[in-house]
Design a protein around this ligand. Structure first.
Ligand code: GLU
Length: 560
């Protein structure tokens, strides 16, 4: 028998004596999924750092659409191999939040009825920290085949190599003359093992940076790949795998067909391709999503955790964006043809849209809060008053207890206000978030009514007071809207204001103002603001007593 082969067998036994299972056992335990041709198996593989961000939703939505519209499977894998970054409870929060965004997993890490993490599905465990024995089966296989070896270098050794490489202007990494443990004898290795020196398992790369080839990413298109020549770490000294090794083993055994992930991983692709080959795994398709960008002045930059609160998912919850608005907006930036489709199918469910990785922006989509707000205003304008009421109540209960008390005290009253301008072909688009509702209709409650509201400029207080006095003396809550408005026009005429805006526009010098100014005076008196929902409706919902007493007090204030 070849001497080297024997050595590798021995080495594999030394390093992984506890591993008795084989890759064949794994293949049997996690068989190829019996899915129809073309069904996509995709996943979201977040690290539970406690920071759930838009990128998680973007990747989640992309995976979800690709999987579900092809009749495939979406699963969630928790990548908790970096214990330093892990935050307790983060996985639970993540699952909870993603489900609000309609990203529901068929299998993977899930919550049981007590809200604790559990595994659902036949391809688990779905938490990487519970998969050590599985990684070790493949680590042993690689060692046995001479494709991986133990390295006993210390941090100081590695720092020294780095400094040398810097001085020599060489590429950084563990390769060439710096790959100190690549070709050591069994005796030398035995000696280190016996003295208990910590070791990591490294990949024995056979790649060369002289070799380049093309790879076709589903979003990026054709990308140039330079072969990897670094002997990267596969297992850390505690036996926990690096991202790269876990990615290859997990996505193979979980039978992932499409790896959807952020394009910060693109630089790792040469190594991943190499690793899949070395392990004898079929390479999945890669879908590398560009980082979300935003405009900063005239230049584009990546959304940053430090500078941009809108990167955190918690932002949307606390400000009160409906999750549907966020999803709808993300779809518009994820697929370039989504907006056209939406215009043609205004009411169709999102699932009817044919999502395609090819329509995604290779360079990273531009995220714009103002556009999100437009989308959200539209979406909210089509909701029923009842649904808006329920959503605002839920939001306010958590984020604005004082407003919650007023808002929910008399549901029929509140819903009547929310119903103003709703329904019909051109519903009002007044607010984009639930936190804006207080500014929109808070004046309906005494607590938020602004008694010092500003009247339109250019009119003296006495004139406004006289007009309000006339309004009060003719106002009847029994009048229909036309009679109510005609009475206002009469008051306008009496005080030298045009009955119609267009008359005023034709000869502004002939009037002191126009009917719009008269209604603005009444509006400010009743609502404290120059903008409000339909004034006639507001006054009828407020009721005669409240509406007229507010006007009366304003007359007194104006006469000071
Ligand atoms: N755990 C990696 C991350 O959080 C996942 C990358 C992947 O999806 O493969 O970025």
């Amino acid at each position: 028998m070849d001497q080297t082969l024997i050595d590798y067998e021995t080495l594999a036994e030394w390093l992984f004596p506890e591993v008795t299972e084989t890759p064949e056992d794994m293949e049997k335990r996690y068989p190829v999924r019996g899915l129809p041709e073309g069904a996509v198996v995709s996943r979201l593989a977040p690290s539970p750092t406690g920071f759930v961000h838009l990128g998680n939703v973007v990747q989640g939505l992309t995976s979800e659409r690709l999987a579900h519209q092809s009749g495939g499977v979406l699963f969630l894998r928790i990548e908790d191999t970096d214990a330093k970054r892990e935050v307790k409870g983060a996985s639970e929060i993540l699952i909870e939040m993603l489900s609000h965004y309609g990203i529901v997993f068929d299998e993977g890490a899930s919550l049981d009825e007590n809200g604790a993490i559990c595994d659902k599905g036949d391809y688990g465990p779905y938490k990487q920290s519970n998969r050590a024995p599985i990684y070790h089966v493949y680590a042993k296989k690689l060692v046995r085949e001479g494709k991986a070896y133990p390295c006993f270098c210390t941090e100081e050794d590695l720092d020294r190599f780095h400094a040398e490489q810097e001085a020599e202007k060489a590429n950084f990494g563990y390769y060439g003359k710096w790959a100190k443990w690549r070709d050591r004898s069994l005796e030398e290795i035995r000696e280190q093992l016996d003295s208990g020196t910590p070791w990591v398992l490294r990949f024995r790369s056979t790649g060369s940076i002289e070799h380049k080839f093309k790879y076709n990413d589903l979003i990026k298109g054709e990308v140039d790949i330079t072969e990897n020549d670094i002997d990267h770490v596969l297992l850390k000294s505690d036996g926990i795998p690096t991202y790269h090794f876990a990615h290859a083993v997990d996505d193979h055994l979980m039978r992932t067909t499409h790896v959807v992930r952020g394009d910060e991983w693109l630089s790792g692709l040469p190594f991943h391709i190499q690793l899949f080959q070395a392990l004898g795994f079929r390479l999945p398709k890669y879908v590398h999503i560009g980082t979300l960008m935003k405009m900063d002045g005239t230049s584009k930059r990546k959304l940053s955790k430090r500078k941009d609160p809108e990167l955190a998912l918690s932002y949307y919850k606390s400000v009160g964006y409906p999750t549907d608005s966020v999803v709808e907006y993300l779809m518009t930036i994820l697929n370039s043809n989504f907006e056209d489709w939406r215009r043609a199918n205004p009411l169709a469910p999102l699932d009817d849209f044919k999502f395609s990785a090819k329509k995604m922006n290779a360079a990273g989509s531009l995220f714009d809060l103002a556009k999100l707000s437009d989308v959200s205003k539209n979406l909210i304008s089509r909701m029923s008053a009842e649904d808006v009421y329920n959503a605002v109540s839920e939001w306010a209960k958590e984020f604005d207890g004082e407003f919650y008390d007023d808002f929910t005290r008399e549901p029929a009253f509140t819903k009547a206000v929310l119903a103003i301008g709703r329904g019909g072909n051109k519903p009002r688009k007044d607010f984009a978030t639930w936190s804006e509702v207080k500014g929109y209709m808070g004046f309906m409650f005494d607590r938020y009514y602004e008694a010092n509201g500003a009247y339109p400029d250019g009119f003296d207080a006495g004139t406004i007071a006289d007009i309000l006095t006339d309004f009060l003396s003719t106002y009847s809550s029994a009048d229909d809207q036309t009679v109510w408005f005609d009475k206002m026009k009469d008051i306008a005429e009496k005080h030298g204001f045009a009955r119609e805006t267009k008359e005023y526009k034709a000869s502004p010098e002939a009037y002191r103002g126009h009917i719009g100014d008269i209604s603005a005076f009444v509006r400010v008196a009743v609502t404290g603001k120059q903008n409000s929902p339909d004034l006639y409706a507001v006054m009828s919902i407020l009721g005669h007593e409240v509406a007229t007493s507010r006007i009366q007090k304003q007359i007194e204030r104006l006469r000071g």
